[in-house]
Write a protein that binds this ligand. Structure first.
Ligand code: ATP
Ligand code: MG
Length: 394
């Protein structure tokens, strides 16, 4: 595909944002530029008359470039394009035929033509151009035939200040450009669910920050590295993630020592929420995000969710709340976190776990039992917060 030196970027939802449209377009351009920084080559990303373009200014790798664009939220379609100056009809015909021959060689395919004229002073109207290009392609490319109802490809020719010729629309991720919808704190464990939850919220344009709770020496450096790796993988889509790594050991030991063992998980989760919320507020997040899903484990029954929810004042988003595990796994495979998530390292939740955790915690009982921690918990929370390590994952 080395005849391609430009891409037309199609975006859906952000096209309908009225007067704020430029904010979305500018965020999209910013995110595209960031993603292309990972790719060899020089690119110009710009908007022109309600369109976003990527122009290639040097040698480049086509596949890598498309992959980078396919990681940017807000894009619904990527059109590899031949973009030319208007140098008259004959020159345009040559360019169109070359574009189609380069793209499809001699594959036997059906097509139709859709021309659009943004400049009404162009000597041919859209209908005439459709008919002319149809005829020309049939003559020049014997492998092609016309099918106006179910074509294998559509040739688009757009007469604007320049002329855009394209015939492929590669799928984008959809969603909204990151940076258009505030910031959220994801409670990131080493499991399958929470990286997917973070990804889904980022897909709606939200900047992510993350908090991970570990319990050294009960949990290892490898378990921590796994979470860093997961954050890095999500960051390929969301942009850099500031990861707060909280040493949770002393809090867990205190809970273990002073609270009924069947309530360990619930009480532990309530402290995780409180600490994550502390960091969330400190850095201006508007919500917390978890990977919880109704009924997945004892700590995710409706009653358990209620009891972890009540310790926060920020809204808690649970994008996977009604997902089946297999659906979550499918997304984690698609976004590239699955292989890391299933590495078998210990998790702080599984170390101090009761044989028979409560599945229907009673809020009043939980609150009362938490009071056993009154003497120590403020200091322990303060210490956990003060000793938190920050890792930028990108
Ligand atoms: P995951 O695959 O996300 O680990 P899970 O099925 O293991 O989920 P739980 O262990 O009950 O579920 O955790 C539910 C949610 O609580 C997680 O999705 C995550 O958001 C948060 N969480 C659990 N453990 C931790 C931890 N060690 N650090 C940060 N967040 C955690
Ligand atoms: Mg987990």
């Amino acid at each position: 595909m080395n005849n391609i030196h430009a891409f037309l970027i199609k975006y859906a939802e952000i096209g309908v944002k009225g007067k704020n449209r430029y904010i979305f377009e500018d965020a999209l351009i910013r995110q595209i530029k960031k993603s292309l920084e990972q790719v060899q080559g020089d690119f110009d990303v710009y908007k022109e008359m309600g369109r976003v373009y990527v122009k290639v200014l040097s040698d480049y790798d086509y596949d890598e470039t498309v992959e980078a664009l396919q990681r940017v939220f807000g894009i619904v379609g990527i059109c590899p394009m031949t973009q030319v100056e208007d140098e008259g009809w004959d020159a345009l015909v040559k360019d169109v035929v070359a574009h189609i021959k380069d793209t499809y060689q001699d594959q036997p395919l059906s097509f139709k033509v859709e021309c659009r004229r943004a400049r009404k002073n162009y000597p041919k109207n859209s209908m005439e151009m459709n008919a002319d290009f149809g005829e020309i392609l049939l003559k020049e490319c014997p492998n092609l035939h016309v099918d106006v109802h179910h074509p294998d490809f559509i040739l688009y020719v757009e007469i604007r200040s320049k002329i855009n010729i394209y015939s492929k629309i590669l799928p984008g991720l959809g969603g909204m450009p990151v940076g258009t919808a505030g910031k959220a704190m994801v409670l990131l464990s080493g499991g399958i669910d929470s990286p997917v939850a973070g990804y889904m919220v980022a897909k709606r344009g939200v900047v992510l920050e993350a908090t991970y709770f570990h319990a050294p020496p009960y949990t290892s450096e490898r378990a921590k590295q796994k979470v860093v790796d997961l954050a890095k993988q999500v960051a390929k889509y969301s942009g850099p993630i500031k990861l707060n790594v909280v040493n949770f050991t002393d809090i867990q030991l205190a809970i273990y020592e002073k609270c009924p063992h069947d309530e360990l998980t619930i009480i532990m989760r309530r402290y995780m929420m409180r600490i994550a919320e502390h960091f969330a507020k400190e850095s201006g997040c508007q919500a917390l995000v978890t990977g919880e899903s109704i009924g997945q484990v004892a700590s995710q029954t409706m009653q358990s969710l209620m009891s972890t929810n009540e310790v926060c004042t920020l809204p808690v988003f649970r994008p996977l709340i009604a997902f089946d595990k297999q659906d979550i796994i499918d997304i984690s495979e698609k976004i590239g976190t699955f292989e890391t998530s299933i590495l078998p390292y210990e998790d702080c939740c599984t170390i101090f776990v009761a044989k028979h955790p409560v599945t229907k915690p009673n809020l009043k009982v939980i609150r009362k039992d938490e009071e056993h921690l009154n003497e120590v918990i403020d200091d322990l929370m303060k210490q956990a917060i003060e000793t938190t390590e920050v890792i930028i994952c990108e």
